[in-house]
Design a protein around this ligand. Structure first.
Ligand SMILES: NCc1[nH]cc(CCC(=O)O)c1CC(=O)O
Length: 317
């Protein structure tokens, strides 16, 4: 079976891991690197390249529908909400750390950073959350692969940078940093989770489905449902995070929409039962809309003159 992947460091690391897990199950795979248009035109902003948001995922979908690959591995948070019905997510892998991490040159924490410190991030959500937490700090766009980002921090272009902890870990970086609490830095929906896509009804689907982690499937699904009605996807500052309680009978759900400047936010933070959780999550999604979440998301979208988002930016490429 052929596993397709983009050539970015992170995509390769994730794909090789899935190949290893499949091999443990006695399934041999070969790797095929797919050059997506986002990779070819790195000088252009993503919105100028075909598809914009979620473009990388869609291009791999096309290659799979054409039969050139059997399996595709994605960072689940980069997958658009609406998926082709013939390309099921055959498995959701066990989630890694879902949280964001702040890296500073000398280990200074977020609370200790001096006023006017410059924080680098390419994510609107992280920028808005930082502005809310510390309005005296300055947020600036941060692009490039992980090595570039770390170099920019080291060179002093930024006093701190924000990243998904999971990405760093998957690339083998063991760096000291401050893990940010989901109470103030509610992560992106599905952050830290890898999903594996196949064509429906294939041998590949059966093989891949054995890698499924049920709990990760449940919480990621809940996170998507919570924000489904807000629209805007990853181009607006939206967080959604679901976590099973110790006894596994309830799910702690947090979700929020922020204004770009972080001054306004609409938020839910509740425990819902496992049984009937999907229905309850839908209700909470409605409530987010009623509380003005959709208005905030739409306003953010209108204000956006640049293409910067959690999922389609060139992180780690
Ligand atoms: N935006 C790109 C992206 N997609 C997935 C990850 C990290 C790994 C993950 O969350 O699964 C990242 C980098 C980041 O947000 O810092």
């Amino acid at each position: 079976m052929i596993i397709g992947t983009r050539g970015s460091q992170l995509a390769l690391a994730q794909t090789k891991n899935v190949a290893r897990l499949l091999k443990e199950q006695g399934v041999e795979t070969s790797l095929k690197i797919i050059k997506t248009s986002g990779d070819r035109f790195t000088d252009r902003p993503l919105h100028a390249v075909s598809g914009g948001v979620g473009a990388f995922v869609r291009e791999l979908d096309d290659v799979m529908l054409a039969g050139e690959i059997d399996i595709a591995v994605h960072s689940m948070k980069d997958m658009p909400t609406v998926r082709p019905p013939t390309l099921p997510t055959a498995s959701v892998l066990k989630r890694d750390t879902p949280f964001d991490i702040l890296l500073t040159y000398d280990g200074t924490t977020l609370d200790e950073l001096p006023e006017q410190s410059i924080i680098g991030t390419s994510s609107l959500r992280r920028a808005a959350q930082i502005r809310r937490y510390r309005p005296d700090l300055i947020t600036q766009d941060l692009r490039g692969n992980i090595d570039t980002r770390l170099r920019k921090l080291k060179e002093g272009q930024y006093d701190g940078i924000l990243l998904a902890r999971a990405g760093l870990e998957r690339l083998g970086w063991e760096l000291e940093g401050e893990i940010l609490s989901p109470d103030f830095f509610c992560p992106s929906p599905n952050q830290g989770t890898v999903a594996v896509v196949t064509r429906a009804g294939t041998e590949a689907e059966a093989a891949v489905s054995r890698l499924e982690d049920l709990e990760s499937r449940i919480v990621t699904e809940i996170e998507r449902i919570l924000i489904f009605e807000l629209g805007g996807g990853c181009t607006t500052p939206i967080g959604s995070y679901a976590e099973l309680t110790q006894d596994k009978k309830q799910i702690h759900v947090r979700a929020e929409v922020l204004s770009l400047d972080g001054r306004e936010a609409v938020r839910i933070d509740e425990f819902i039962p496992m049984l009937g959780g999907i229905e309850k999550a839908r209700e909470l999604g409605h409530r987010l809309v009623q509380m003005g979440g959709k208005r905030l998301a739409e306003e953010a979208l209108l204000q956006l003159s640049r293409d910067s988002c959690d999922c389609s930016d060139d992180s780690y490429d």
